[in-house]
Write a protein that binds this ligand. Structure first.
Ligand code: NDP
Length: 473
């Protein structure tokens, strides 16, 4: 069985303690993962510190070539990466091949080329002075990522961090270490100088917390749950670290009576159940205008019923396994809670009778916005459908949680689409679509869904410090 090592200074280190990595579709142990601790983080941070002076002075065009080589390396081993991601996470291999791995490659290519086009501002002060802005890397970036889109989100952080001239210590989720471990091999193949990227595996409260609190890591980019984000913010704030937090969501999917249901229904099936609902951007609260409510529910349930649940490695599978037994129990607990709160489970919501952590996609009706089922992030294949009357109520319902990550709005009325998009409290609003992403746009959450923005220029700004230089004329 594969025994992973922490990746420090371009070497895989033997670790004294390990824990099991479980394939959630078979419940079998597929690897042994280093139980990284504060000492490992410290060694990784030292390696990154030592590498920083030279890497930050390396010309952008040269850094760019390294990133492109990493992207090429992932692409050369595309099928291997897709299989690792699918086995580790339980996600359908079709999804890993369509979304996760292409995006990881795109992240490296995007930031490899973005840095070639970077420019900065100059401000002339009434003929008396010239100000110009330097955007300089900060040093060692601490990058903490979750299990739902393992390589997709890790590369979303590593690529801009090193493109901008920082070095980094990454801590992938302990539940999905395999693609990060394979990425380390691609990093060696690409010839990246040692210490630029270091990867320490381990548990969040141990390795993750040590990284968040490390004195020589001045910047933390974290994607994960809101409660963990609060802990990281508490550790980082007294040290005045630069912080980007991409947190949880409870996203609304608002369907107006004039929507094109032939488009809205299949896309809503995706936004509800893609990756077993384990995408922070999934639309778990569906609000439907009362005039089309019955038709929508009937057609949506019929489409959800057809989803193929099964072996994630089968290319025909559309719904795979949940990440872990604990998470599956949490999701099933929410289906019970929904019923206790008076909801009706009109479809699914049961554990599938087979090995692995499979849950049937669940559709729940009959609940109001105040109940816990519509307030708390479930992060599984569970959606509620609630009717509304008119635009005002739709906006109020959409905004009725503490989260504000993303929203979808379905209507053919262009003016209404713009009005509703402006009124919804979320970092992203999709009109008549979902998960259509452009790497240049700002990405992040409002309210308890996060702080700061990444993506395109925002990532490059986050991973650099702006310094104004004022020259007297
Ligand atoms: P967690 O918050 O549990 O974990 C995220 C990462 O933080 C993991 O690497 C975890 O390690 C680590 N971690 C846990 N505790 C600490 C700590 N005290 N200090 C430092 N690091 C720690 O989230 P999940 O992995 O469960 O991911 C699901 C969550 O992520 C959902 O809430 C989802 O909405 C959110 N998410 C948000 C996205 C966004 O862009 N806004 C995108 C994707 C997911 P370990 O796994 O080892 O515990």
């Amino acid at each position: 069985m594969q025994r992973l090592g922490n990746f420090i200074n371009n070497r895989f280190e033997e670790s004294a303690a390990h824990f099991d990595d479980i394939d959630p579709a078979t419940e079998e142990v597929i690897a042994r993962v280093p139980d990284g601790d504060a000492d490992d983080i410290d060694r990784a941070a030292k390696a990154a510190c030592d590498a920083f002076p030279e890497w930050s002075r390396t010309p952008g065009a040269e850094r760019s070539r390294f990133l492109l080589a990493i992207a090429d390396g992932i692409e050369r081993h595309f099928d291997e990466f897709a299989e690792l991601e699918s086995r580790d996470n339980g996600k359908p291999i079709a999804l890993a091949s369509r979304l996760d791995i292409p995006r990881a490659i795109a992240n490296f290519r995007f930031f490899a080329t973005a840095i070639l086009h970077q420019s900065s501002e100059a401000h002339v002060t009434d003929g008396k002075a010239l100000n110009y802005t330097l955007r300089q890397p900060l040093g060692v970036a601490g990058l903490i990522s979750p299990w739902n889109l393992p390589l997709y989100l890790l590369s979303w952080k590593i690529a801009p961090a090193i493109a901008a001239g920082n070095t980094c210590v990454a801590k992938p989720s302990e539940l999905t270490p395999l693609s990060a471990n394979r990425l380390a091999e691609s990093i060696i193949e690409a010839g990246l100088p040692k210490g630029v990227v270091n990867i320490v595996h381990g548990y969040g409260p141990k390795a993750g917390a040590a990284l968040a609190a490390h004195p020589n890591v001045p910047l933390i980019s974290f994607t994960g749950g809101t409660a963990t984000g609060a802990k990281i913010a508490a550790a980082a704030a007294p040290m005045f670290k630069k912080l980007s937090l991409e947190l949880g969501g409870k996203n609304p999917n608002v369907i107006f009576g004039d929507a094109d249901l032939d488009a809205a229904i299949p896309t809503s099936i995706q936004s509800s159940f893609a990756n077993q609902g384990e995408i922070c951007l999934c639309g778990s609260r569906i609000f439907v205008e009362r005039s089309i409510y019955d038709e929508f529910v009937e057609r949506f349930v019929a489409a959800a019923r057809k989803l193929r649940i099964g072996d994630p490695l089968d290319p025909a599978t559309e719904v795979g396994a949940l990440i872990s037994e604990g998470h599956m129990r949490k999701v099933l607990g929410y289906v019970d809670l929904a019923q206790q709160e008076g909801g009706t489970v009109v479809l699914g919501g049961k554990r599938v009778d087979r090995r692995g952590f499979f849950v049937e996609p669940a559709v729940i009706t009959g609940l109001g916005c105040e109940c816990r089922t519509l307030q708390e992030e479930i992060f599984g294949p569970v959606v509620t459908i609630t009717p509304f009357e008119g635009e005002e109520e739709a906006i109020a319902l959409a905004n009725s949680t503490r989260y504000g990550l993303s929203a979808s709005v379905w209507t053919r009325d262009l003016q209404r689409a713009h009005r509703v998009a402006a009124a919804i409290e979320s970092g992203t609003v999709w009109i008549n679509c979902w998960l259509l992403r452009d790497l240049r746009v700002p990405f992040g959450g409002m309210k308890e869904s996060g702080v700061g923005r990444e993506g395109g220029l925002d990532s490059l700004r986050f991973f650099t410090e702006a310094k104004n230089v004022c020259v007297k004329l």
